[in-house]
Design a protein around this ligand. Structure first.
Ligand code: MSP
Length: 510
């Protein structure tokens, strides 16, 4: 049996989650669900990044201790992920003892391998990015991402000899052409390596909110250096070697494009330095934008939009969990930037969900109710819909496999469209009861059954409801895809329920 290990970045616990954080998480969740459907042993992890200056500053501002602050904000991430039906297998908090243990073991290994030394750091720092800049890499002394003035820093620190890994990283890129996807992001990461690597400062003595350096009690680790190791904490690094061997290095890190350098340069080099294989895949996605600007906490501070008005919990309350998930997955190709808007959610909802999917289920269940005594007939082996269905299955499978949820859903919706078109053409609502009507309805029910399976990673609860309405037992995910997504498994004789509209149209403008 195959295995699939997928991670999201761990989110800064300086504030509540916003819909940008939900974007990475929903994509990772849908991919995890798809791989479970394939029958692969899947581990999906997410969590919160709780150290660093940004979090310490936020705690100070709120008048709490850092620990009390992160306990509270981390709980808000858990709440948001529950609202979005995120099926994580583990939630890592970097203040947990298990994470301290993994970090200290991992970094001690690097220290003992001779890749850590002491020096003086002098340069610029952005607290929002928790990242170092030179004057040249900054925007005339301002952060190129956040636009804020950078802080001058001078400190005696421990350094990681990143420069020693240039050749090995280049070799790793050459030998693993799909280490970083998409290609444009791979090129970006590679050009970082090619432009020459400088050693990096990995500890701080000016703050105390961090994982203590085991060999120097005056220092804590720099937040990024501790955070990346969460991917190993989750699989038992330093506690369970068998688990590490089981899951590593075959990992899929899903990340936003602003954290490429950490994941595609630092992290593989850190693994090499500790004597581990680098992670096998990093998938980079673009940003959700509002008015062309990255949607995020810094934007909220500028007053452009109230992020709390469009928080994951508010959105799911307003539109329902599955429509919000569908919108995030379907609207933008993973890898590209996309504009977020409430109008966009309503439009997707009314067209793809209410008019296409909802309408299909409503028409079929209505006709079966009125003309087939509420009992669904079985599908035909030589149905005109069969080829459409088989194409949708093959295309969705290929698309999920290349981390393209948008294309996978497009393929699934083509089957919905084809089924609706077939119904228009045959007009079963005008037919009399009999074999011809049964054939059309059985085929439509089979198409719906397949749609409920294929769309389940995106819309788990609606797909379960559709399954129930067409009279099937259990859930669309009970059997592996290779068994269930095969034309002709709707055998008929099932009680079909009409029920309330799955997606009542939204009339009001947001
Ligand atoms: N704590 C670090 C990650 C450490 S991983 C070892 C961090 N946290 S973050 O909270 O700032 O961002 C986490 C993820 O949320 C990133 O993948 C980031 O791209 C994503 N997003 C935050 N805002 C986003 C958008 N507006 N759009 C899409 N994704 C966004 O970086």
């Amino acid at each position: 049996m195959g295995r699939f290990y997928i991670t999201t970045p761990i989110y800064y616990a300086n504030d509540a989650p916003h819909v940008g954080s939900a974007y990475t998480t929903v994509n990772a969740d849908a991919l995890a669900r798809w791989h479970r459907l394939l029958g692969e042993e899947t581990k999906f992890i997410t969590g919160t990044d709780e150290h660093g200056q940004k979090v310490a500053d936020a705690a100070l501002k709120s008048g709490s201790s850092p620990q009390a602050w992160v306990d509270q904000t981390s709980a808000r991430f858990v709440e948001a992920w529950d609202a979005l039906a995120i099926s994580y297998d583990d939630f890592i908090r970097t203040t947990e003892p298990r994470h301290y243990l993994s970090v200290q073991k991992f970094l001690t290994a690097i220290y003992e391998n001779g890749y850590i030394y002491k020096d003086v750091y002098q340069g610029l720092y952005c607290v929002s990015c928790e990242d170092y800049f030179t004057y040249e890499s900054s925007d005339e002394g301002k952060c190129p991402i956040h636009g804020r003035a950078l802080i001058e820093m001078e400190e005696e620190n421990w350094f990681f000899r990143l420069s020693a890994f240039e050749d090995r990283l280049l070799e790793h890129y050459a030998q693993n052409p799909d280490f970083v996807t998409p290609e444009t992001k791979r090129n970006e990461a590679l050009s970082f390596v090619k432009s020459g690597l400088k050693d990096i400062s990995i500890t701080r003595s000016s703050i105390t909110w961090g994982v203590p350096v085991p060999w120097d009690d005056q220092h804590v680790f720099y937040v990024w250096y501790d955070a990346l190791i969460n991917y190993l904490t989750a699989i038992g690094y330093g506690r369970d070697d068998d688990e590490v061997d089981k899951w590593w290095p075959a990992s899929h890190h899903l990340i936003g494009k602003e954290i490429i350098r950490f994941h595609c340069v630092w992290w593989p080099a850190m693994c090499m330095a500790a004597g581990l294989e680098p992670p096998s895949h990093v998938h980079v996605h673009g940003w959700l934008l509002i008015g062309g600007q990255k949607l995020g906490k810094t934007m909220a501070a500028s007053g452009a939009v109230k992020l709390s008005d469009i928080s994951p919990v508010v959105l799911t309350d307003e539109y329902g969990v599955d429509p919000v998930r569908y919108y995030l997955l379907r609207e933008t190709a993973l890898g590209n930037d996309g504009e977020f808007s409430l109008e966009g959610i309503v439009q997707r909802y009314n067209t793809d969900l209410a008019n296409n999917l909802g309408n299909l289920v409503a028409r079929v269940t209505t006709v079966v109710g009125s003309k087939c005594a509420g009992v669904g007939p079985g599908s035909q082996a030589d149905s005109p819909l069969r080829a459409e269905a088989e194409t949708a299955i093959a295309e969705s499978q290929a698309a999920w496999g290349r981390f393209a949820p948008q294309s996978a859903l497009e393929a699934t919706w083509r089957l919905i469209g084809a089924t609706n078109a077939y119904l228009e053409q045959r007009a079963p609502w005008k037919m009399d009861a009999g074999d011809e009507l049964d054939a059309v309805m059985g085929d439509a029910l089979e198409a719906i059954r397949l749609v409920a399976i294929l769309a389940s990673p995106a819309m788990p609860s609606v797909c379960e409801e559709i399954w129930r309405r067409i009279g099937l037992e259990g859930r669309p995910t009970d059997e592996v895809l290779a068994v269930s997504a095969v034309w002709g498994r709707y055998h008929g004789g099932h009680g079909v329920l009409k029920g309330e509209p799955l997606f009542p149209r939204i009339k009001a403008e947001p």
